[in-house]
Design a protein around this ligand. Structure first.
Ligand SMILES: Nc1ncnc2c1ncn2[C@@H]1O[C@H](COP(=O)(O)OP(=O)(O)OP(=O)(O)O)[C@@H](O)[C@H]1O
Length: 267
C-alpha cells in the first residue's frame, strides 16, 4: 500500500528571467509503514517536494496523492480536512503554542477538529515518548528535545496515515536528535505509520529504511537501509557533481509508485 505519492511533479517559481525550477518531474511513492529520508544539496528541492506532498504548496504540473486521494483540484476545505485527518507534521521550529501546556498542545488538533481524544492511545504515545512528567509544563519550561517530543506526540496522537518532518532534528543536540529519531522509527515499527523527513544529517538519515537523494529538482539516487557513512559518501559526490546533474536521467526506481514499491522492498 502506498501512503503518499508524487507523479511527475513539476514545481516552478516565478516566470521569465527569474524562473526557478524547484522540481523538474519527480515521481516517487512512499509505502505504508516505511520511514524515508529525503536528502540533497541546499536548494535541490527537498522542502518543496515535502510541502507539495503535504498539500502545503501547490504543484505546477503533475499529481500528488495521499493514500488514494489526489490532491490536485481539492477545494481548500477538502484539503484542510485531508491534512487534519491524515497528515501529521513535525517542524524544525517545534511550532508549539507558548501559552498552552504540553498536554494542551498535544490534543489541540483534535480539539480544533472537534474530535474526542482517544485516551488509551494518548497514554501509549505519551509514555512511549517519556513526557508524562512534563504534561503540565509550558513549552518555555521544556528543553528543546522535550519540546520536539511534545511536537511528535501531537503528530502521533491524531493517528495520521503519514507524518512529514521538515528537518525535525535541525535544532537539537545529538542526544535529543537520537531520541526524536527513535520515536519516528517507533512510529513506523510499532505504530505502523509512514514517516517522511527532510534532513541534512547523514546520521538522522541512517534511521530511515530508505534515503532518497535530490539534486537540482530531480531524484538522482536512492539507498536502502544505509549507514551514516554510506549517506555521507553520496552527499559528498552530489556536492562535487551538483553543477552537471541536470543532464543526468532520473533514477529509474523513482519513475512510478509501482516501481517504487519494488525498489522499496527490503531484502
Ligand atoms: N517561494 C519561493 N519562491 C521562489 N523560489 C523558491 C521558493 N521556495 C523555494 N524556492 C527555490 O526553489 C529551489 C528549491 O528550494 P527548496 O527550499 O525546496 O530546497 P531545499 O533542498 O529544501 O534547500 P535547503 O536544504 O537549503 O533547505 C531553490 O532554488 C529555492 O530558492
Amino acid at each position: 500500500m502506498v501512503a503518499a505519492r508524487a507523479d511527475n511533479v513539476v514545481k516552478t517559481y516565478g516566470s521569465g528571467d527569474t524562473t526557478v525550477h524547484a522540481l523538474r518531474g519527480v515521481s516517487i511513492g512512499f509505502r505504508a509503514g516505511e520511514f524515508t529520508a529525503i536528502m540533497g544539496p541546499s536548494g535541490s528541492g527537498k522542502s518543496t517536494l515535502m510541502h507539495c506532498l503535504a498539500g502545503l504548496d501547490t504543484v505546477t504540473s503533475g499529481q500528488v496523492s495521499i493514500g488514494d486521494v489526489g490532491l490536485i483540484g481539492l477545494s481548500d476545505k477538502e484539503m484542510t480536512k485531508l491534512r487534519r485527518d491524515r497528515i501529521g507534521f513535525v517542524f524544525q521550529a517545534f511550532n508549539l503554542v507558548p501559552t498552552l501546556t504540553a498536554e494542551e498542545n498535544i490534543t489541540l488538533p483534535q480539539g480544533i477538529a472537534g474530535r474526542d481524544v482517544d485516551r488509551d492511545w494518548f497514554d501509549t504515545v505519551v509514555d512511549r515518548l517519556g513526557i508524562r512528567p512534563r504534561l503540565s509544563h509550558r513549552p518555555s519550561e521544556l528543553s528543546g528535545g522535550q519540546q520536539q517530543r511534545v511536537a511528535c506526540a501531537r503528530a502521533l496522537v491524531g493517528r495520521p496515515d503519514i507524518i512529514f518532518g521538515d528537518e525535525p532534528t535541525g535544532n537539537l543536540d545529538s542526544r535529543s536528535s537520537g531520541e526524536v529519531l527513535d520515536i519516528l522509527r517507533a512510529a513506523t515499527d510499532e505504530f505502523n505509520q509512514t514517516v517522511v523527513i527532510v534532513t541534512h544529517d547523514p546520521r538522522a538519515a541512517s534511521y530511515a529504511d530508505r534515503v532518497v537523494f535530490l539534486a537540482d529538482g530531480r531524484i538522482v539516487q536512492e539507498l536502502q537501509r544505509p549507514s551514516a557513512d554510506d549517506v555521507f559518501e553520496v552527499m559528498r559526490t552530489l556536492d562535487d557533481d551538483a553543477p552537471s546533474l541536470p543532464d543526468q536521467p532520473q533514477a529509474e526506481s523513482s519513475a512510478t509508485g509501482e516501481d517504487q514499491r519494488g525498489a522499496g522492498e527490503v531484502n
